[in-house]
Write a protein of this length. Structure first.
Length: 427
């Protein structure tokens, strides 16, 4: 089972231990296993403010220990958070909630009553059937197991996640919320200034972008003074607006669970602490999408340029010598009857921009004259590397056109690295 690791301010540890004791007392009443935590390490989280002054806060990394509830025949899979725009699927580690639950109403499969529920729970029977269960369902569901038992583990997880909030003090005052536009803009400014730090990366030491952004709205007193100054920039405003527009207009039906959850989250007007971790990824997901679009645009531009310059070279079936620079290596499926044996495509360009490709039955190498100094009688072999230039003795096999670009397919390639011993010594 996947480990559950949390990074919390050291000051919150006492309150967390109190909550664990309370939860364990509840677990005894529900005939559920006890939970505990173990501290793996402690460290100081440091950052600099706008004036270059260092600030530090002690953090600890701890692991939640305990057996996830497995009610006889049933396993708790996660929570459905019901919103007007759809459901946010909060799966438990190691479980997956089916897509069919994305738009279900807040109805209990046992009593069939529709109430004003914010959350319902998904359980999986050993037969493969899923059920959606409400908190206040009648107690004889699942052979006398109460719905409170189904939500117990989710409450444990939420307790640990709340402890990660530096502003968490365990009080019962109304939950603070912030408009989604304001929060996402803060995340955008932090991502542009410091780079986006995920929760997983923060577990190695540090503070996630989501945690830091939330502090700008909740920190008080000394903690507030420790925060770096953050200016509103045109780039940040544009990034936040573009990211929200992108995720709000995406088709959730064709998206994976993660993007679906981001889309539903983006429909909220205000965010609570429960929402800040997930919603922060709207910025990073959008930036990754833009990078993919930009990469496709660049590849298309390069292909267009290549289509204008690349010509067929060499005479078919006539052995020739070329000087080529390796552009890319692509692993291909194996031959029929040998599916486990990969083939490789090596794509080269000569000094005039002509494309030459070689399909090899195994990973290729080249003679490397730089290794002659070891006293060997024959040149040593060296793995082919992208960006390196080689002298290639090969036989043109076919002149073809791929994606509008003329290319020469060669076979029986003998390659030698283009770099003399003197050049190698000089470098």
């Amino acid at each position: 089972m996947e480990k559950l690791i949390f990074t919390i301010p050291e000051v919150n540890l006492f309150r967390l231990n109190q909550k664990i004791e309370q939860m364990n007392r509840k677990a005894l009443k529900l005939s559920l296993p006890q939970v505990s935590s173990v501290v793996h390490k402690s460290f100081l989280q440091t950052w600099k403010d706008a004036y270059g002054r260092k600030h530090m806060m002690p953090y600890i990394e701890l692991e939640l220990l305990g057996e996830r509830p497995k009610i006889p025949g049933w396993t708790f899979c996660g929570t459905l958070e019901h919103t007007d725009a759809g459901n946010i699927l909060r799966s438990m580690p190691g479980s997956e909630i089916p897509e069919s639950f994305r738009n279900v109403k807040a109805v209990c499969d046992h009593c069939q009553l529709r109430r004003d529920r914010k959350d319902t729970f998904v359980v999986l029977h050993e037969s493969g059937d899923y059920k959606q269960v409400g908190r206040r369902c009648i107690r004889d569901f699942l052979g006398g197991v109460t719905p409170e038992q189904l939500g117990w583990w989710a409450e444990i997880i939420q307790t640990f996640e709340d402890a990660e909030d530096p502003d968490s003090d365990g009080t019962t005052h109304p939950k603070f919320t912030v408009s989604i536009q304001t929060y996402i803009q803060t995340v955008a400014e932090l991502a542009l200034r410091y780079g986006f730090v995920s929760r997983q990366a923060a577990e190695q030491g540090g503070q996630s972008t989501a945690q830091l952004a939330w502090l700008f709205f909740t920190a008080k007193g000394e903690e507030r003074r420790k925060l770096p100054e953050l200016e509103t920039t045109d780039a940040g405003l544009k990034l936040a607006a573009d990211a929200l527009t992108w995720i709000q207009t995406i088709d959730p039906k064709t998206a994976n669970h993660f993007i679906h959850n981001l889309h539903i989250m983006s429909q909220k007007e205000r965010l609570s602490h429960r929402d800040c971790g997930l919603s922060a990824y709207i910025i990073e997901s959008y930036r990754k999408e833009i990078l993919k679009v930009e990469a496709k645009r660049k590849a298309a531009a390069e292909q267009y340029e290549a289509s204008k310059t690349s010509e067929h070279v060499g005479e078919i079936k006539k052995r020739s010598v070329f000087t080529l620079t390796l552009d890319k290596i692509v692993a291909l499926p194996g031959y029929a009857g040998m599916p486990d044996q990969n083939r490789f495509l090596y794509s080269f360009t000569d000094d005039k921009g002509n494309k030459i490709v070689w399909f090899a039955s195994k990973a290729a190498d080249a003679f490397d004259p730089r290794k002659l100094d070891n006293g060997e009688m024959y040149p040593s072999r060296s793995e082919l590397k992208i960006g390196m230039t080689y002298t290639c003795k090969a036989t043109p096999k076919a002149h073809s056109i791929y994606n509008g670009v003329k290319q020469t397919i060669v076979t029986r390639c003998d390659l030698t690295l283009v770099q003399s011993k003197m050049e190698d010594k000089a470098s």
